[in-house]
Design a binder for this molecule. Structure first.
Ligand code: SF4
Length: 484
């Protein structure tokens, strides 16, 4: 997969009196590590106060036994993070804790709020002082400052004002709450643990903990766990726009979304791709590991044998030791190593999940040729990404998206492949097997499920240098589907 397409975060929460909730949260986050590798954090509560430990790095780098022992209580929330809004700083690690008239509150957020600048300035006018640059703090402050005598009233007001993508875990000294935005853009599921409840971004976290999957948290729904038991309420009108990239790339293949296991969905994407873009070839290989299932699907549909022609060093990119110039020049070889004996003289179908900036794709194609491949036919299990994501997926600006600026033939030439085929939007929907109106497809179509402020479009269209009038027209007419 292109390393330039990155997930924003993973969230987890557990309410389980009598259990070691810090340890449960640690292992929950460990299962969600693929969703964010920049920082991690756990907040716990014992009915009197909150405890917090956050740090930069992988979950296993941030926490040791001693840290977990300083996180007492019967409920906890956890977070793994990639930076979206707010830069890559330890102070932006989550969960964040804020103090308010309602008491302390910790919050972890997956997604991105498109109107956070407006909400932030409204709150500043009310006298709220912010300590981070994240939209997560905006959400937390908007929640504790919302009018209402009950959490239900506050959440209802918050969800009416927030626009964008958010799966949230929130902890007070007395309760754990989890919420999913009215689009249901980011995943969030509910499970039952012996003597308690868990919420997590993906079902794979429940599986590792031996928790029973109950159901997905509905779009616009809030789940509240406390000494009074489990309470759920709908705080906003639901209108689905689930991020289809969860099926294509982000979610772990052993997770289940909308009752569909991700791995066979990815196989179906590969099979559909083989129907739409067949190739005369000798072997199919997938860019490990996210495209492996799709490559198997392509192989089964086409009858061309699947081989593992590329081996991935799974731990590259998970270190804070910066490579020196010599190591940097090794480029994609640091991450992938081809198997020449399997490639020599072969016509290869190379399956990947996406091309974002194409900074990796060309070097991988060239690596396969150097390893002996006679032809390289690139096949992509997503449609061309032509528009930026405003909902928490870091894919850069429209200027950086190669498919936003070049034709398929120009991209083929740029990456040096013998042929290039992208899955169609209709083929993608057919392979996933769920109704089209359940999904956000904005990065493929430019049609956003909620209006995106013009100011934000401008940011996504940077850099300004070289921008011409045509680009401003696109910017001003960016299509949006306004949903009630
Ligand atoms: S724009 Fe693309 S990446 Fe972003 S939420 Fe929509 S489908 Fe997902």
């Amino acid at each position: 997969m292109s390393p330039t397409l990155r997930e924003s975060c993973g969230v987890f929460g557990v309410y389980a009196p009598g259990e070691d909730v810090a340890r449960i949260t640690f292992y929950g986050l460990y299962a969600l590590q693929h969703r964010g590798q920049e920082s991690a954090g756990i907040a716990s509560a014992n009915g009197r106060r909150l405890y917090l430990r956050t740090g930069m790095g992988l979950v296993a780098q941030v926490f040791d036994e001693e840290d977990l022992s300083y996180l007492p209580g019967h409920m906890a929330i956890g977070h793994t993070r990639y930076s979206t809004t707010g830069s890559s700083l330890a102070t932006n690690a989550q969960p964040i804790i804020i103090d308010s008239a309602l008491g302390s509150l910790a919050l972890g957020h997956n997604g991105n709020i498109v109107n956070s600048a407006v909400l932030r300035s409204d709150l500043v006018e009310q006298g709220v002082v912010f300590s981070t640059a994240t939209d997560s703090e905006v959400i937390a402050q908007a929640l504790v400052n919302a009018p209402g005598a009950t959490w239900k009233e506050r959440w209802t007001d918050l969800m009416r004002r927030l626009s964008g993508a958010y799966s949230l875990v929130v902890l007070t000294p007395n309760e754990l709450m989890a919420a999913r935005d009215p689009m249901g853009n980011r995943p969030l599921c509910l499970g039952k643990l012996d003597g308690g409840w868990v919420v997590a971004s993906e079902t794979c976290a429940l599986d590792h903990l031996g928790a029973e999957f109950i159901r997905e948290v509905e779009p616009g729904e809030v789940v509240r766990m406390s000494a009074d038991g489990l309470e759920t309420f709908s705080a906003a009108q639901a209108k689905d726009a689930f991020c289809i990239f969860e099926y294509i790339y982000f979610a772990r293949p052993d997770s289940r979304i909308d009752d569909k296991l991700v791995y066979p969905v990815r196989m179906a994407l590969g099979a559909q791709l083989a129907k739409e873009h067949p190739a005369d070839a000798d072997v199919v290989i997938g860019v490990p590991h996210s495209a492996t299932a799709a490559a198997v699907g392509y192989s089964q549909e086409s009858g061309i044998p699947f081989v593992e022609g590329l081996v991935q060093n799974r731990y590259v990119g998970r270190t804070f030791i910066q490579p020196d110039q010599r190591i940097r020049e090794v480029g994609v070889h640091l991450k992938y190593n081809p198997l020449p004996d399997l490639l020599e003289g072969r016509r290869v179908v190379l399956v990947d999940d996406s091309i974002v900036r194409a900074t990796t794709t060309g070097p991988v194609v060239s690596m396969l040729r150097k390893a002996g491949a006679r032809e390289v036919h690139m096949r992509i299990t997503s449609p061309p990404i032509i528009s930026p994501c405003f909902f928490g997926i870091d894919m850069g600006t429209r200027w950086e998206l190669i498919a936003g600026n070049k034709t398929v033939e120009e991209i083929r030439e740029h990456i040096g492949a013998d042929s290039l085929g992208y899955l169609s939007v209709d083929g993608l929907i057919e392979a996933v097997g769920l109704p089209k109106d359940k999904f956000c497809l904005a990065c493929f179509t430019g049609n956003y499920p909620v209006p995106v402020p013009l100011q934000m479009d401008k940011l996504a269209l940077e850099p300004v240098a070289g921008r011409d009038r045509h680009e401003f027209e696109w910017l001003e007419t960016v299509p949006s589907i306004s949903r009630p």
